[in-house]
Write a protein that binds this ligand. Structure first.
Ligand SMILES: NC(=O)c1ccc[n+]([C@@H]2O[C@H](COP(=O)([O-])OP(=O)(O)OC[C@H]3O[C@@H](n4cnc5c(N)ncnc54)[C@H](O)[C@@H]3O)[C@@H](O)[C@H]2O)c1
Length: 334
């Protein structure tokens, strides 16, 4: 199969492109390099440009009439930035995706997979999120994701377009050959902070929020190895028509996670186990907007995609650590 991957120069997109190749498919990358590094594109078929550039999308389809599906990952993804600059987020994630979806439909390329997020879910007492649960997107970023879910659902109901919406939980780790991974100069995510504290680049790792209603008071997440996440896309592309056919609707939402919740304290313990060193800890109150968290109910992904995660939390941590050692060589910065 041939698959258009928007945002294919990014963290998840470049890993997904590799998973597609390993399964015998051909990714075609469309990325503006707004944030994704060119080096992650490697030697793949690549169009540098914007998802809203209708002429460019038409050219891609003209030059690759055999495209079977589109995985739409291109987006701005930084939550605090979305609070400060909502216009940019609504323009790039909402308005531009709308153009892309309409153009794909007009060009007769109706199969669309959309990258959505577990950050849409409202907090539940037992933290297990089912696709039909109540939503409460609490940032402009999360709201752009929710809006585009609804847009895709509405367009699919009215046109030939068909949509599989994947709600990712918390991807960590890198691709198995260490050719791509997290590329932010100063990673703000929890694992990056842990590595910095373990290496003495900061005094301690701060647990923000220790009185949440979880088993140990700290926030809970469903950390999924990015390679497992990438493989889920391969499955969804391969089974696209079967999935849509079996749900009896023009679109469907599917959680992509491990099915297990891990608290911050449990993550720290796993990190120390894999890294072989303790990490100095400090505690602070939750930051404004910090979510208690959720983990995925994975019944639907098992049933519809016949997919489940294969890699463990320790695998993902080891992979993130190995990428930390390697990334300077690839990215040119530490
Ligand atoms: N990383 C996560 O934790 C996470 C969790 C849930 C959902 N997601 C979603 O997964 C997708 C991929 O995330 P990621 O972590 O790989 O992000 P990323 O920033 O690494 O990748 C996004 C890519 O999109 C490109 N891009 C942005 N705007 C574009 C435009 N208008 N036209 C063309 N290219 C454009 C960027 O250059 C970048 O390469 C996003 O849609 C994100 O919302 C990510």
């Amino acid at each position: 199969m041939k698959v258009l991957v928007t945002g294919g120069a990014g963290y998840i997109g470049s890993t997904t492109a590799k998973a597609l190749e390993e399964a015998g498919h051909t990714p075609v990358i469309l990325d503006s390099l707004l944030t994704g590094p060119q080096v992650f594109v490697r030697d793949r078929i690549f169009y540098e440009g914007d998802i809203a550039d209708r002429d460019l999308v038409a050219r891609v389809v003209r030059e690759h009439p055999d495209l079977d599906a589109t995985i739409h990952m291109a987006a701005r993804i930084v939550v605090p930035e979305s609070v400060e600059q909502p216009y940019l987020y609504y323009k790039d994630n909402v308005a531009k995706s709308l153009e892309l979806f309409d153009q794909l439909e007009k060009l007769g390329k109706p199969r669309v997979l959309f990258s959505s997020s577990a950050s849409l879910y409202a907090t539940k007492q037992d933290f297990e999120a089912f696709e039909g649960d109540a939503l409460a997107p609490n940032s402009p970023y999360a709201r752009t994701k929710r809006m585009m879910e609804e847009v895709l659902q509405d367009m699919a109901a009215a046109t030939e377009l068909r949509g599989i919406i994947l709600r990712y939980f918390n991807p960590i780790g890198s691709d198995p050959d260490l050719e791509s991974g997290i590329y932010a100069k100063e990673p703000s995510h929890v694992l990056g902070q842990l590595v910095m504290a373990a290496r003495g680049q900061k005094d301690s790792f701060t647990i923000t929020g220790t009185e949440h209603p979880t088993r140990d008071g700290t926030g809970i997440r469903d950390y999924i190895h990015v390679w497992d996440l990438a493989r889920a896309h391969v499955r969804a592309v391969e089974k696209f028509d079967e999935v849509i056919g079996s749900v009896g609707d023009s679109s469907v939402v599917i959680n992509i996670g491990t099915g297990s919740g891990v608290t911050v304290r449990e993550l720290v313990a796993a990190f120390e186990r894999v890294f072989g060193q303790t990490v100095p800890l400090s505690e602070a109150p939750p930051r404004p907007g910090d979510a208690v968290g959720a983990f995925a109910n994975v019944d639907r992904s098992r049933e519809l995609l016949d997919w489940r995660t294969e890699l463990s939390l320790d695998d993902a941590i080891a992979s993130a650590l190995a990428w930390g050692e390697k990334r300077q060589e690839i990215l040119g910065y530490e």
